[in-house]
Design a protein around this ligand. Structure first.
Ligand SMILES: [Zn+2]
Length: 280
């Protein structure tokens, strides 16, 4: 039993564990605060700097590529781009098959795309079969020239190919309008265009073997406080488009957003909530 002096001492000087907890709490509060501040700044008015995904923006290399394992055969690549002094992360996927790897969206910069090539070789010992790009913004397509220099096929919809050409993002092969299910060794990759949302051309990617849905920028992460870059968004249609995705893939186990952490189907519902509060 603790005597009264010891009790008093414990009250005044909390245990080391409690102090650590307090420190972690304080740290996460600070991170959360700065993150929401940066999001607020993104949409803070006409004088604010171009936002993270503005196709006119020239992002700089600010960090190394990161790898996050979702399942044994599906990894998320996370790259970083800078805009107006802020650094933003962006997600893409790498799917490992018995015939090679498929990449969904390039890293945000060409140098991080070079890292992607080296990492896929050293980590997974796979050749890249092809790249799919999910819309014509620089956080999805900055690395396309590097793929094309290596003669790796780059696939998109016709609309994304048209916009990419106008914006100098290379020349994807627009086969995804007619071919929405692609073979990749022992796996299948399905693409779906739900209509306008974050952009006019955003598509999602479905992996039927692993029940992973790559929502790209149509889908916001659970901790997103706003819709991010909306200068090219269709706020009236976006909600319907997300609902179409929800109706089509109700058995998705993992949902990967364009930015932030992956989660489950509640990311789609969170995106709808953000749209409803923005539109009303
Ligand atoms: Zn975008």
């Amino acid at each position: 039993m603790m005597d009264s002096a010891q009790t008093k001492y414990t009250e005044i000087f909390p245990s080391l564990q409690t102090q650590i907890r307090f420190f972690v709490l304080l740290l996460s509060f600070c991170i959360e605060f700065s993150f929401s501040h940066c999001h607020l700044q993104k949409d803070s008015g006409p004088t604010s700097a171009p936002v993270a995904e503005s196709p006119e923006m020239e992002p700089q290399k600010t960090n190394h590529l990161e790898w996050i394992k979702i399942k044994e055969t599906v990894w998320m690549h996370r790259s970083y781009g800078e805009s107006g002094g802020q650094v933003y992360p962006a997600n893409g996927l790498v799917i490992l098959t018995n015939k090679g790897a498929v990449v969904i969206d390039t890293p945000w910069t060409e140098s991080q795309t070079e890292e992607l090539f080296l990492d896929i070789q050293s980590r997974f010992q796979k050749e890249i079969l092809y790249l799919i790009v999910t819309h014509a913004h620089n956080d999805r397509m900055s690395g396309v020239p590097s793929f094309q220099n290596r003669n790796i096929p780059v696939y998109s919809t016709g609309l994304t190919a048209k916009l990419a050409k106008e914006r100098g993002f290379g020349n994807p092969n627009p086969i995804l309008d007619i071919q929405t299910r692609l073979a990749a060794g022992n796996q299948w990759i399905e693409v779906f265009y739900p209509g306008h949302g974050h952009s006019v051309d955003n598509i999602v990617v479905w992996l039927p073997e692993t029940h992973i849905l790559f929502g790209g920028c149509l889908v916001k992460a659970l901790d997103a406080k706003d819709l991010g870059y909306i200068k090219e968004a269709n706020l009236g249609e976006w909600e319907n488009s997300v609902k179409k995705v929800l109706a089509r893939y109700p058995d998705a186990e993992v949902v990967v957003p364009g930015h932030g952490d992956w989660g489950k189907l509640d990311l789609l519902r969170h995106t709808i909530r953000l749209l409803v509060s923005t539109n009303h």
